[in-house]
Write a protein that binds this ligand. Structure first.
Ligand SMILES: Cc1ncc(COP(=O)(O)O)c(C=O)c1O
Length: 396
């Protein structure tokens, strides 16, 4: 069977794989607690459901403009004006079937075969595979040894005449860290100096716990507007992962290209979901605040429980809903006779022994870590952490 070199080089999403395994074990009647999933466990807000069902009743069940319905693009443009003081016209907004395909479409519009895209490790799983899917070369700049704070000099050293873009995510999946004003400006200046694109994924910008402020790079350096693609969406802030709506804001020329790509790929996102997203952005502010305060309680809970455990260390996340836990100290030790030689064995033994599912750090190019999502109930967090502690205490 002939398969393309491109697809042979692609790994399926590790986060979805862990989730599928946890679901399979649950299906066999096992009481698995999963910290794998990157999705809020809340219901989508009432306005989302109302707007969707009204849209269905009105018969909004046909193709929409490929870049999204005008009202939603206008609302997104107003949201960016109000939240960041940025002027993006609705024609610079492309709505897609989730943020994920928009990152891909932006890469496809920017990257030629062999072009290099810089990412900072730990990095989100799909960036790597998407860059490979457009035949680009992934250039990784590590941040593990600097508390996940990017070192500007290292980024500059990684830039070559093949570099076309830097792809960043803040608040970060998987670390929960956020880039400060100075770092964002310094990276922005490199983008300008070397004539690059900045792909700025701020899908978690509403999930910030107040200790540090979230900044948008174009807000900090307006000259970046002509070379930045902002990626955002409703999946995380409004608990709408299944509706599949994301959006990109970019210079008009690029927005047209992203839209052209999308017109041949999906023909635009689901019509009903677009109306649902309009209900989210227009009328669900109080729901966002309610979910945020619950996430903050969960973050504080999981961090205080992790703080009591042996062999691990972590930085308290400032945003998103993940804790990135360093397990290096466990390597070379054993759990009931089974040697833990890397993050993957750690996760497999933990799942088998205590029915706790977590994502190995190697999925994010950081093999000395685990990612725990705390988008689950306080009861599940307590029970899961009890099991993780019991597991760690047996590691000798
Ligand atoms: C950093 C990051 N960007 C983008 C996405 C994709 O979001 P969507 O569900 O809107 O495609 C995710 C989802 O996990 C994410 O973690």
């Amino acid at each position: 069977m002939k398969l393309s070199r491109r697809i042979l080089g692609i790994k399926p999403s590790a986060t979805f794989a862990v989730d599928a395994k946890a679901k399979e074990l649950r299906g066999q009647g096992k009481n698995v607690i999963s910290f794998g999933s990157g999705e809020p466990d809340f219901d989508s807000p009432p306005a989302v459901l109302e707007y969707a069902s009204e849209a269905m009743e009105r018969g909004e069940t046909h193709y929409t403009p490929t870049s999204g319905i005008a009202m939603l693009r206008e609302e997104i443009s107003a949201y960016y004006k109000q939240r960041f003081g940025l002027d993006y016209s609705p024609s610079q907004v492309v709505v897609g079937s989730g943020a994920k395909p928009l990152i891909f479409e932006a890469l496809a519009a920017i990257v030629d075969p062999g072009d290099e895209v810089i990412v900072l490790a730990p990095t989100w799983v799909s960036y790597i595979e998407q860059i490979k899917l457009v035949d680009g070369k992934v250039v990784v700049v590590p941040t593990q040894d600097s508390n996940f704070v990017p070192q500007i000099q290292r980024i500059e050293e990684a830039i070559t005449d093949k570099t076309v873009a830097i792809l960043l995510n803040s608040p970060s999946n998987p670390t929960g860290m956020m880039y400060d004003e100075q770092t964002i400006k310094a990276i922005g200046q490199l983008v300008i100096k070397y004539d690059l694109w900045l792909i700025w994924d701020e899908i978690y910008e509403r999930l910030v716990y107040g200790e540090v402020k979230h900044y948008n790079p174009v807000q900090l350096l307006p000259e970046l507007a002509s070379r930045t693609v902002i990626i955002n969406g409703v999946s995380k802030a409004y608990a709408m992962t299944g509706w599949r709506i994301g959006y990109a804001l970019s210079p008009l020329e690029l927005a047209k290209k992203i839209n052209a790509y999308q017109s041949h790929l999906t023909s635009g996102p689901c019509s009903i979901s677009q109306w649902a997203a309009l209900g989210a952005i227009k009328e669900s502010e109080s729901d966002v605040c309610r979910m945020l305060s619950t996430f903050k309680k969960r973050r504080d809970l999981i961090c205080s429980l992790l703080g009591e455990m042996p062999h691990i260390s972590f930085l308290v996340p400032k945003g998103a809903f993940y804790v990135f836990v360093n397990i290096k100290e466990c390597f070379g030790k054993s759990y009931e006779g089974q040697v833990i030689d890397n993050d993957i064995t750690f996760c497999n033994i933990l799942l088998e022994a205590e029915l706790v599912a977590v994502i190995p750090g190697s999925a994010f190019l950081a093999p000395e870590y685990l990612r725990l999502s705390y988008a689950s109930s306080e009861d599940e967090i307590r029970e899961g952490m009890k099991r993780l502690k019991r597991f760690l205490e047996k590691i000798k």
